[in-house]
Design a protein around this ligand. Structure first.
Ligand code: MV4
Length: 456
């Protein structure tokens, strides 16, 4: 593999270019007209404009991406995350054009993209799943029977959904019929597929996921867990590894379950199994068939380069020859620095970055495509930097994060830095008391404090 086209933009495009450089592989950047000044265009060996046209659509234009690979003689395509990373059709087109798709097979992407089928597959492999319909719900009667069996509250999920899209919580029997029909209708409108399934609803779960990597020779490794409970509207804001909730025994069981599930589908390349964790038990939720935004957290505690490993396994190399003994050390944490105003409901804040100073020093890593003078276009997600800290202990990772957040200077736009500073100083966060309602409760507490402050 001598040349890879990167079908993405922003920090992940740079991240992939870095891995390629170290492996001696040439890179091709693609860019929309809005991204002509981007660093991925500057740092790649070749760059092809896949605009003009509305900016987001450029990176989703399969014929243009394939043409760009053909004219530059690229042999493989790395999709990054988002855009076409979990598009089975794209992976298939790549294969039919003799371009290696750096990721799992189209069949696996399709299988794991169907959330009910993925859950069935995992249950049959012996992975714990959430009690529920064990397959699709065909009518209201079936929905009522399952709900009566597992008890309210229940959640109805679109099988074509995922990542929090197409879900509906039902708290009592009287709401069931309406909710069922609404869920079906919304699923049809959003995904062109009305199929839904049902689960027992957990009120205060944590989101904990296990990183996997598999090669083409049947080797699959679990690289520990990431705690991802700090999210808002299904957008993660802070991730860390290890999770403060996970004991070595639990980690072993979770990793074993994840490997068992992945093995049952002969999984190859990087993937993640998301678990819902509550009251000491974990349950399969979804499998992501891509490299994720938060992969640096795992890289930091394992001391490896996941993007390089993705490329190596795509070349057919064996993982057991690369690193037979993956081991976790210390603690890592990631804050997503978004161009958003945390004081105004995280409203996007695109525009010109007037000054930009990146923190450094011991235990700090910053993955970013931004620089002073860079203009953040309004068309894409608002991630502008990932700030990753490492420490011997969780406390040290937090101290370094606090120090780095203070050093990070970004002028001209609003960012999530002040939010992260408040979270790092929060007692609940420091003691590891987290769940998926953390951000919501954090803002409620903040509001109460301001109100009592005003009253006094
Ligand atoms: C759930 C749940 C509670 N009970 N399923 C949201 C994203 C998608 N992967 C599944 N999600 C959830 N499924 C049951 N049975 C709560 C959520 C959920 C959630 C999960 C992980 C992280 C953040 C979340 C925020 C709201 C709801």
């Amino acid at each position: 593999m001598k040349k890879i086209l990167i079908a993405n933009r922003g920090e992940i495009a740079l991240r992939i270019i870095r891995a390629c450089k170290e492996l001696g592989i040439k890179t091709v950047a693609v860019y929309s007209e809005a991204d002509a000044d981007s660093l991925h265009v500057r740092f790649a060996d070749d760059a092809v404009c896949i605009g003009p046209g509305p900016s987001r659509e450029s990176y989703l234009n399969i014929p243009r991406l394939i043409s760009a690979a053909e004219v530059t003689n690229a042999e493989a395509i790395h999709p990054g995350y988002g855009f076409l990373a979990e598009n089975a059709h794209f992976a298939e087109v790549c294969a039919s054009c003799n371009l290696k798709f750096i990721g799992p097979t189209p069949e696996m992407i399709t299988a794991m993209g169907d959330k009910s089928f993925a859950k069935d597959t995992m249950r049959k492999a012996g992975v714990p799943t959430i009690p529920g319909s064990d397959g699709l719900l065909h009518d209201v009667k079936a929905a009522a029977a399952i709900a009566a069996e597992i008890g309210f509250p229940v959640i109805i999920k679109a099988t074509a959904g995922g990542g929090g899209r197409g879900m509906r919580v039902v708290r009592e029997a009287s709401e069931l019929e309406n909710s069922f029909r609404q869920a079906q209708g919304e699923a049809e409108a959003a995904f062109g597929n009305q199929a839904v399934y049902m689960e027992k609803y957990f009120e205060h779960p944590r989101h904990i996921e296990v990183q996997l990597i598999g090669d083409m020779h049947g080797n699959i490794f679990a690289l520990g867990e990431r705690e991802c409970s700090i999210q808002r509207k299904h957008q993660k804001l802070i991730e860390e590894s290890p999770s403060p909730a996970i004991t070595p025994e639990l980690r072993q069981r979770m990793c074993d379950a994840a490997v068992k599930g992945a093995r049952s589908v002969n999984y190859v390349n990087a993937g993640t199994i998301e678990f819902l964790f509550q009251d000491g038990d974990f349950y399969f939720m979804e499998m992501n068939t891509r490299i994720q935004v938060e992969h640096p957290v795992t890289e930091t505690v394992f001391g490896l380069d996941l993007v390089k490993e993705q490329i190596r396994v795509a070349r057919g190399e064996r993982l057991d020859n690369i690193n037979p003994n993956f081991k976790m050390r210390g603690h890592a944490m990631e804050c997503r620095i978004n161009a958003e105003d945390p004081d105004s409901d995280f409203r996007p804040s695109p525009g010109l970055i007037k000054s930009f100073h990146v923190p450094g020093g011991p235990g700090i890593r910053v993955d970013t495509h931004a620089y002073a003078g860079y203009k953040i276009p309004p068309y894409y997600d608002s991630l502008i930097a990932k700030l990753i800290s490492r420490g011997k202990t969780r406390a040290e990772a937090i101290e370094r994060m606090e120090r780095a957040l203070e050093e990070f200077i970004i002028e001209g736009i609003k960012t999530t830095i002040p939010f992260h500073q408040k979270v790092m100083a929060d007692h609940d966060f420091q003691s590891g008391r987290l769940d998926t309602k953390y951000v919501e409760h954090f803002f409620k507490r903040l509001k109460m404090e301001t109100q009592t402050g005003l009253a006094a």
